[in-house]
Design a protein around this ligand. Structure first.
Ligand code: 2U9
Length: 342
């Protein structure tokens, strides 16, 4: 018993004299004295050799050794840690390095604005697949078999299965809504669309659209005009001027395109408005009866209007973006100009 007590006193002395120059030395101390195969464990193992009448005293001595070693280890670690902090010259009272947060993409900002305006008018948001079949993209939309838009020169078909294609407009989303819902239907459908175009400042092989559809009893062209007036005023301000021009789309009859006074030159004449003072921002019209009947909607009872716009175009006018390619080049010099925009 005396031998082991002397041994413990020696361990204590040795440990007390231990100094650590770095974190590794402090860790070595822990392993040597407190580790699973360390000195404390081996001292504890001696309990079985201690006579019963001495076990209590031995137990107390071992507990003291344990507390001592743990305190010493904590001191070694703390001393090292505070030395590291002091020697790094770090001033913890200084503000941290700014973390640059990402910005919303201008097309996302524009899409959200458009959608939120129509949501306030009671439109519900609907989305659908980018890969479509011929029926939802073309057939249901009253595009005849020989319509040029169906041409491979204009549309991307899927190699493995040419009856699938990349949607050329988001009208296919409204088609899917009409398939599953009965009038009244009032939806706004944003999404990416694809067309086989050579990429340039003015054209791209993909772009983004928002289309809207409203079908109910007694929906008129006047409702369409009033809705679109409200939209442009909310989007571009109260002083914007608006004009409708007759147009043609296979899926609407009658059809019209809508121009607004150029936001870039305020009507003075510039490249964007081709010196006319007007820029086209959307197409629209009353849903063609054939389209309604394609979905079993009685065209004698129900009428509807629809419209479609390119988000890039709206963003171009809002933010004066003069090259379509900027939207998809991921150049942070372009993107960070939208910091703080919601
Ligand atoms: C259904 C019925 C009719 C959606 C419409 C337009 C007119 C239109 C273009 C604007 C610029 C596409 O991005 S763009 O090139 N769109 O002119 N879109 S009416 O008509 C529909 C949609 C769905 C069931």
């Amino acid at each position: 018993m005396d031998n082991i007590l002397t041994q413990i006193a020696q361990y204590k002395q040795e440990a007390s004299a231990f100094t650590a120059a770095n974190a590794e030395a402090a860790e070595n101390f822990r392993i040597k004295y407190l580790g699973t195969k360390g000195i404390l464990k081996s001292v504890m193992g001696e309990m079985k050799n201690v006579p019963n009448e001495n076990k209590k005293q031995f137990g107390q001595t071992v507990n003291e050794l344990k507390s001592f070693l743990e305190r010493k280890h904590a001191e070694l670690k703390a001393a090292f840690e505070s030395r590291e902090t002091a020697s790094s010259g770090m001033d913890l009272s200084l503000p941290g390095d700014p973390v640059s947060v990402g910005t919303r993409h201008p097309l996302t900002i524009t899409r959200n604005r458009i959608v939120s305006i129509f949501k306030r008018l009671g439109f519900a948001l609907a989305e659908g697949p980018d890969i479509e079949d011929d029926w939802h993209n073309f057939g249901a939309m009253n595009l005849p078999e020989d319509h040029p838009a169906r041409d491979m020169q204009d549309t991307f078909y899927i190699n493995q299965n040419p009856s699938w294609l990349l949607r050329t407009h988001t009208s296919s989303v409204q088609a899917r809504v009409m398939e599953t819902q009965k009038p009244p239907i009032r939806v706004i459908c944003p999404g990416r669309v694809y067309r086989n175009e050579t990429i340039s400042a003015r054209a791209h092989c993909f772009f983004h659209q928002v289309e809207g559809l409203y079908i109910d009893e007694n929906v008129s062209f006047a409702d369409l005009k009033q809705t679109l007036y409200f939209f442009v005023k909310e989007m571009f301000g109260n002083d914007v001027k608006v004009r409708f021009r007759p147009s043609y789309f296979p899926f609407t009859e009658p059809s019209a395109e809508m121009d607004i006074s150029c936001r870039i030159c305020e009507g003075e004449g510039c490249n964007v408005c081709k010196h006319t003072g007007w820029v086209e921002i959307l197409g629209s019209g009353m849903v063609h009866p054939n389209v309604l009947e394609n979905f079993g909607i009685d065209s004698n009872k129900y009428t509807g209007y629809a419209f479609g716009m390119g988000i890039e175009r709206i963003a171009q006018l809002k933010y004066r973006v003069n090259d379509l390619r900027l939207y998809s080049q991921n150049d942070v010099r372009f993107l960070k100009q939208f910091t703080g925009a919601l």
